[in-house]
Design a protein around this ligand. Sequence first.
Ligand SMILES: NC(=O)c1ccc[n+]([C@@H]2O[C@H](COP(=O)([O-])OP(=O)(O)OC[C@H]3O[C@@H](n4cnc5c(N)ncnc54)[C@H](OP(=O)(O)O)[C@@H]3O)[C@@H](O)[C@H]2O)c1
Length: 238
Amino acid sequence: MDLKDKVAIITGASSGIGRAVARNLNEVGVKFILTGRRENHLTELKDELAHAAILTGDISQDGMPQSLLAAALDTFGRCDIVFNNAGIIKAGSIDDIDIEDMCYMVRVNVEAAFRMAYVAVKHFKSTGSGYLLNTSSVLGTKVRPTAGAYAGTKFAIEALTEALRLELAKTNIGVSCVEPGLVQTDLHREWPVPPAQSLNIPRPLQPEDIARVVRFILEQPDHVRLPRILAVPSDQEL
Ligand SMILES: NC(=O)c1ccc[n+]([C@@H]2O[C@H](COP(=O)([O-])OP(=O)(O)OC[C@H]3O[C@@H](n4cnc5c(N)ncnc54)[C@H](OP(=O)(O)O)[C@@H]3O)[C@@H](O)[C@H]2O)c1
């Protein structure tokens, strides 16, 4: 895809991978609708980018995916790319995990992501082209004790990604997912011991590493699809 003047919705744009993807795609002329809950972070990012608007809110709130699409159409007149990336992690042992927190994670990582995905592909079908890129995880194909629920949310993303890709074969609509290993972001900010330490990964990926992968997927010629890319730190053993 030639990315110049394309319009992208980025969920989870207020930090980490989403923010890095916005910065990277800004270099090639993409315009953005940015979303997340932390408005100050979104405003700072918007000010860095050439063409961007923000819509602050909880992605799991009713109607948010539709509002994001409407914002793209109202602001820029089109929507070509949805980077469906917002997510949280709630993990813990059988004795420690908070079931309500876990279920909120399922609403964000699965329900909201599925709603966003269908809003995106329905729109792309109506225009005849577009790209949906979902953020999965290394835990989208493997599991770890204490992280079963999080892995389950990412297995769900993998299943939806692949089914939509098959359904949209022979069209100009692409669907892929990126599967990061450990990335240094705000995702684990509530963890008492950072995973880089507990998992012995002294050099985790940086968000910019995933941003390059995302751009690589989007810049493929029309006849090439990269349904999934796993990107892990060289120190990661999983
Ligand atoms: N970091 C890793 O090691 C890693 C590995 C594999 C996959 N991933 C996946 O990568 C994606 C991005 O995470 P990240 O690592 O970049 O972490 P991050 O820095 O914490 O970014 C997560 C983003 O999601 C947004 N978000 C979370 N809950 C939301 C909600 N309810 N409503 C709206 N926005 C919400 C956050 O914004 P607000 O907090 O401002 O709402 C933030 O912008 C996630 O799907 C995560 O599962 C991360």
